[in-house]
Design a protein around this ligand. Structure first.
Ligand code: PLP
Length: 444
């Protein structure tokens, strides 16, 4: 009997007891390859000795000091590490304890900035359909997932949604990349104009979509055009890199590959790699100066911001990534993973798309690869894949569910940055078997 209010109480979960590199071992001694890093979190695998040591050392020195009294050495060092490598202009870090908190803080920073500079009418947030930015009320409100929003709708702020950059399904037949991204930029511009340009505060997007669509990178030039539209109307660009940031795509910040800098950038999962709960918002100097030079403080805070142990753990995670040159491994193993999946599923009747960047890889399953018709939602193929994978000692992150009327089955892979060539081959082999087993009833 459990006294925990599990999210899905009717499900019986194995008990995770220890971690060993890329594997988790349960109470029965069964090993699971963590090919999804949980939910793109555990980027250094489990029980990494350097992180364990850093946590122990910091706990002995000082676990926690409230930020209205003190700053701490690990928080200062971590902030420096992050901004020294950040896209242009992102010069300050606001620490929080997770991804949703980071998104809440980013939304409030955007809003407060406009209040400070005398543009209080800027209140609208534009985001994208089929998106997920967290589960707290603000983050949930801007997310483009109608099913998740539905029960809480009366409590949510108003948000507006435009199309995601999702070429597999939404690029028109014969449309070039250039025409497609221009159409998306035009849609954003028209939405801003329709709302009234002086009333729009921010546009929010995940740089590489992880949370709802399974590792969808933007089409070339998409973000440069989006940045240009935002600049034209004085709208802030908030990039959510909670899932795709901190090296997951092979660059510390995913937007490095887009050659643009946002005004606010959120990170979380890979920041602390699951060793401690921590998130952060990287803030453009202009916003920081407006707030510091205006009212003088950000009207928002949490008890655990800048938690000393969390920052010490995250700092060590980031040092390991640099010292062990893990971003290069992410890029190489990522290429191997996608190539290996394409080989394994070549000509497969139900694998519609294999995509991603670095060790952030998505597979989209369809009933028919030509028409791209999804499987019937009530058959929940993605749930069966997860079950079959777990039975084979493999963790993958399944996605499905109604997302603004659209439905499909995806599998997200986000293995730890430390994984080897052999690990990748084991992942592909077990996943291939799990997918075939899950599809068997559909073929019967
Ligand atoms: N933003 C994105 C893109 C996410 O994937 C998630 C979580 O999956 C969040 C925000 C929310 O993060 P958290 O679950 O840490 O609150």
């Amino acid at each position: 009997m459990t006294a925990i209010f599990h999210r899905a109480p009717r499900q019986t979960l194995p008990v995770a007891v220890t971690g060993d590199g890329i594997e988790i071992i349960d109470a029965m001694g069964k090993r699971y390859i963590d090919a999804s890093g949980g939910a793109a979190v555990s980027c250094l695998g489990h029980s990494h000795p350097r992180i364990v040591e850093a946590i122990e050392q910091q706990a002995r020195k000082l676990a926690y000091a409230h930020t209205s009294f003190f700053t701490t050495e690990p928080a200062e060092a971590l902030a420096r590490h992050l901004v020294e490598r950040a896209p242009a202009g992102l010069a300050y870090v606001y620490f929080v304890s997770g991804g949703s908190e980071a998104m809440e803080a980013a939304l409030k920073l955007a809003r407060q900035y406009f209040v400070e500079i005398g543009q209080p009418e800027r209140r609208h947030i534009v985001a994208r359909r089929q998106s997920y930015h967290g589960n707290t009320l603000g983050a949930l409100a801007i997310g483009g997932n109608a099913r998740r929003r539905a029960p809480f709708e009366p409590l949510l702020i108003e948000a507006h949604h435009v199309s995601p950059c999702y070429a597999y399904r939404e690029r028109l037949a014969g449309e070039t990349d250039e025409a497609y991204v221009q159409r998306l930029a035009d849609e954003l511009e028209q939405t801003i104009v329709a709302l009234g340009p002086d009333t729009v505060a921010a546009f929010v997007a995940e740089t590489v979509v992880g949370a709802t669509l399974g590792a969808v990178p933007p089409v070339a030039d998409y973000f440069r055009r989006i940045r240009a539209v935002c600049d034209k109307y004085g709208v802030l660009l908030i990039l959510d890199e909670v899932m795709c940031g901190m090296g997951r795509t092979g660059h510390l910040y995913a937007c490095e590959e887009e050659a643009i800098a946002p005004d606010l950038l959120t990170v979380a999962k890979g920041l602390g790699a699951g060793y401690q709960p921590i998130g952060a918002v990287l803030v453009n100097e202009r916003l920081y100066d407006a707030i510091v030079g205006g009212s003088g403080f950000f009207q928002h805070g949490h008890t655990y911001i800048g938690h000393a142990i969390a920052c010490a753990a995250a700092l060590e995670v980031q040092r390991v990534i640099v010292e062990e040159n893990l971003l290069a491994n992410v890029r190489e193993r990522g290429m191997q993973l996608r190539a290996s999946l394409r080989e394994r599923f070549a000509g497969h009747a139900h694998i519609g798309d294999i995509r991603g960047r670095g060790l952030f890889v998505g597979i989209e399953l369809v009933e028919d690869v030509v028409s791209k018709t999804p499987f019937a939602p009530e058959r929940a193929l993605h749930v069966a894949i997860k079950r079959e994978a777990m039975a084979r000692g493999l963790m993958v992150y399944p996605m499905g569910g109604t997302v603004d009327g659209w439905r499909g089955d995806h599998v997200l892979l986000a293995p730890p940055y430390i994984c080897t060539c052999e690990d990748i081959e084991r992942i592909v082999e077990r996943l291939g078997d799990a997918i075939e087993a899950a599809l068997a009833p559909f073929r019967a």
